[in-house]
Design a protein around this ligand. Structure first.
Ligand SMILES: [Zn+2]
Length: 151
């Protein structure tokens, strides 16, 4: 899976001070460790199911800590009550002055590798209702700002 620095501002073809990458883990970069509240995990699951995504990933990449071959089939998991594989969605969360982007594999890093996302991101994530149209509108506005070439 592509690695982007936790809290960094560069994501593939996008770079912007208001774009913040979260949960893009990869070897050899150590995974930040800590306990995550089960309620936060449940919120992340809801976001992965219903959250706003600028694009789905066409080819998935397996976790580089678990598999040497990036083409290994990605992990399956129950996400918000439904079995799915991880590794094909990127989800956005608007912050006060930025937009966070995280991969659905964040659940794998939390479950299997003890990853703890930054507290600022968790706070922003708790405020989001993925089914509220205002959330989608805000994501769309911010994404146009940080990645105008996507439109
Ligand atoms: Zn792994």
């Amino acid at each position: 899976m592509s690695y982007f620095r936790d809290g960094g501002h560069w994501w593939g073809s996008c770079e912007h001070p208001k774009l913040v990458t979260i949960g893009w883990m990869g070897k050899p970069h150590p995974i930040p460790q800590g306990a995550v509240d089960p309620e936060d995990v449940a919120r992340l699951e809801q976001l992965i199911r219903h959250g706003w995504t600028p694009e789905e990933i066409e080819s998935t990449e397996a976790c580089s800590f678990c598999f040497d071959d990036p083409d290994t089939e990605p992990p399956w998991r129950i996400v918000a009550g439904q079995e799915t594989y991880l590794g094909w969605r990127n989800i956005c969360v608007p912050g006060k002055t930025c937009i966070y982007i995280f991969p659905d594999q964040i659940l794998h890093y939390i479950d299997t590798h003890g990853y703890k996302p930054p507290v600022k991101f968790l706070r922003a994530m708790r405020k989001v209702d993925p089914k509220d149209p205002a959330y989608e509108k805000r994501c769309d506005e911010l994404w146009r700002l940080v990645a105008p070439h996507f439109y």
